[in-house]
Design a protein around this ligand. Structure first.
Ligand code: PLP
Length: 358
């Protein structure tokens, strides 16, 4: 089966096998990861090691915290304004698609929001430019979405926001390429695309930003509480964190983030080539310079043909190629766990399909 689903979790097969092998006996403890206490030294080790692996792989500066939280990126949509959007300030958001829209809607429930860049008028085919944002005075932070999973768009470069904290939802492209973490005050990402299974959300935050939190909010929603307890404030999602640990080791053993990035570029090239070389039989949904390396969105000339494409692709072992209901059409999600060979097989299938129906 070639898995091109947008989520959750496309895990490397080596990692899945290791989980299977260790399920009943975690590294000689005689216990399953599902049973050991989250206060045990074994779990403490996994927790600390996983934070450290992420710091090494992403080159995270020393003044940042790595947190493992629950509730998915959707909880972060609410937590970010709850922690940082205080009365009298305004939060500036970049409106690049469905996911940014959800983050905006949550922030609007908490306080004042300004949309400082938007590509709604192009139906999110392209990303809003970041270089001429009109950021209002009193802006507490600027929020953007690095990769819009549904539209299939991805920022290649970010922007220097000076003293205003830049906060990013990187749910669908974290660890798929190298980034400069110091450009951001806070990054959050549901793990279930490139990092592991659903159930754990990674937050990378500048310590100084967390020190500033003064909002009267419940402890469970307060980043600083989680940071002060090294992500052990309450029962953590131990199984999910353990799997993230294995995935990070897999990335480390497979060329690190550079290796992953090179593979991801080569994988995306294969599928975009099939689109661009098709004389219009296929066309991309996103503008070329906004195209995502993670979610390739495309279409054919008519709906009937797309239905047939999906039917045939499924018969040939490809799953998950139906576009999200918001964007329609077709989408191949090619996260870290999807191999070059699988993308090559999809490219060949697309070319063959075109030969027969073009
Ligand atoms: N942000 C982006 C970019 C996403 O792709 C998704 C889910 O696909 C979310 C946020 C929502 O994440 P969750 O389902 O973990 O709440």
């Amino acid at each position: 089966i070639y898995n091109f689903n947008a989520g959750p979790a496309v895990l490397p097969s080596e990692v899945l096998l290791q989980i299977q092998e260790e399920l009943l006996d975690l590294q000689g403890t005689g216990l399953s990861i599902l049973e050991i206490s989250h206060r045990s030294k074994e779990y403490e080790k996994i927790n600390g090691e996983t934070q450290q692996l992420l710091k090494e792989l992403l080159n995270i500066p020393l003044d940042y915290e790595v947190l493992f939280m629950q509730g998915g990126a959707s909880t972060q949509f609410a937590m970010v304004p709850m922690n940082f959007l205080l009365a009298g300030s305004v939060a500036s958001y970049v409106y690049s698609g469905t996911w940014a829209g959800k983050a905006i809607a949550e922030a609007q429930k908490i306080g004042q929001v300004a949309i400082v860049a938007s590509s709604e008028s192009s139906n999110f085919r392209k990303l809003p430019a970041l270089d001429n944002m009109k950021v209002p005075p009193g802006t507490a932070y600027i929020h953007l979405t690095s990769n819009e999973t549904i539209a299939g768009t991805q920022y290649k470069n970010f922007v220097d926001t000076g003293s205003i904290p830049l906060i990013a939802d990187m749910s669908s492209d974290i660890l798929s390429r190298s980034i400069d973490v110091s450009d951001f005050a806070l990054i959050y990402a549901g793990a279930q695309k490139n990092l592991g299974p659903s159930g754990v959300t990674v937050v990378i935050a500048r310590r100084e930003l967390l020190q500033r939190i003064s909002a009267p909010i419940p402890d469970i929603m307060n980043y600083r509480i989680h940071a002060d307890s090294r992500s052990l404030y309450h029962t953590p999602p131990v199984f999910a964190v353990y799997i993230v640990n294995l995935v990070l080791k897999w990335i480390q053993a497979n060329g690190g983030v550079r290796g992953v990035e090179n593979r991801n570029r080569a994988k995306a090239d294969l599928i975009y080539y099939a689109i661009d070389d098709s004389d219009g039989f296929y066309s991309g949904l996103a503008d070329r310079d906004s195209r995502s390396l993670m979610n390739v969105t495309f279409r054919t000339s008519n709906e009937e043909l797309e239905k047939h494409f999906l039917l045939e692709s499924e018969r040939n072992g490809f799953v998950g190629l139906k576009g999200h209901r918001d964007a329609g059409h077709l989408r191949a999600s090619i996260y870290n766990g999807v191999t070059y060979e699988q993308c090559k097989a999809l490219k060949e299938f697309m070319i063959d399909f075109q030969k027969r129906f073009g």
